[in-house]
Ligand binder design. Structure first.
Ligand code: ARG
Length: 270
């Protein structure tokens, strides 16, 4: 078992939750009658950013826009591989305007942005492993978008079917640990997709339903540290057994909108 895993410095794009709220329900976590504590949300989010920076990662920010309460979930805005940006086209009409604001940021930062023709929610459903793009479908991103993203990047796209509405985005059920391995919650996937994951990652770290409901599979790893919710205790101890260092970050206010650590984090791969 490897004892010293190597962190790689990341460049992250995030969006401050100034206008964060639960105003509509587009996944089973969202109940518009439940109040969000905005001060606590801001505090938790600031702690995430502070933790990333303290671990050597670069964090850049997109200005938040009033009336777009889910814009804090930066992961949904795009997928960026080799400096090429594949933008997003949201399923929910409420979120569609977010794409333009992120596009403006990317353009100002010197990137061209490809606009997908099919519904596609960025890193929410497209998870780059270094070798493949694992691609979720079933609730948001479509199979047609999987084809579109494969044509765009020329990277093998592996379609995986999500079956549990609580895990409506691939990144709520699976995250990349490093170039070799992933962690995931098997029951979120159809039987065939589960077999695909077993074939590709026989040594994966598996999460339980408890870990998944705590947004444990929505973690971010730099290859050494894993930024993980404190309530996913089982997962954290399994990660530690494999030589990773769990770094707890609590984003509980964001769970009310169906989001966690990874949802708030877009990775820009140079
Ligand atoms: N309320 C948002 C939605 O349902 C949450 C998005 C979470 N993002 C993610 N990458 N899973 O669209």
């Amino acid at each position: 078992m490897p004892t010293s895993r190597v962190p790689r410095r990341r460049r992250f794009l995030v969006c401050e939750p100034r206008h964060f709220a639960v105003q509509y329900a587009i996944n089973p976590w969202m109940h518009p009658d439940v109040r969000v504590d905005l001060d606590l949300a801001q505090e938790q989010w600031q702690a995430l950013i502070h933790t990333y920076r303290a671990h050597g990662h670069t964090v850049e920010t997109v200005p938040p826009v009033p009336g777009l309460p889910d814009m804090v979930f930066a992961a949904n805005s795009a997928v960026v591989v080799d400096g090429r940006v594949f933008g997003s086209l949201f399923h929910a009409p409420e979120r569609r305007p977010e794409s333009t604001h992120y596009e403006t940021w990317f353009k100002a930062a010197g990137y061209d942005v490809y606009r997908p023709e099919n519904v596609c929610e960025g890193e929410g459903d497209l998870v780059f492993t270094g070798r493949y793009l694992l691609a979720g479908t079933g609730f948001r991103t479509t199979r047609e978008a999987h084809r579109e993203v494969q044509e765009f990047f020329g990277v093998p796209v592996i379609s995986l079917t999500l079956v549990d509405p609580y895990f409506y985005h691939l990144d709520t059920a699976l995250f990349v640990l490093d170039d070799e391995n992933i962690a995931y919650f098997p029951e979120a996937f159809s039987p065939g997709s589960r077999e695909v994951l077993e074939r590709l990652y026989p040594d994966a770290v598996l999460g339980t339903r408890e870990d998944a409901m705590a947004f444990g599979l929505n973690s971010v790893s730099d290859g050494h540290h894993v930024f993980v919710p404190p309530r996913a205790e089982g997962l954290a101890s399994r990660l530690a057994d494999r030589g990773y260092v769990p770094v707890p970050v609590d984003l509980s206010e964001f769970h009310k909108a169906g989001g966690g650590i990874k949802c708030c984090t877009q990775e820009i791969r140079p």
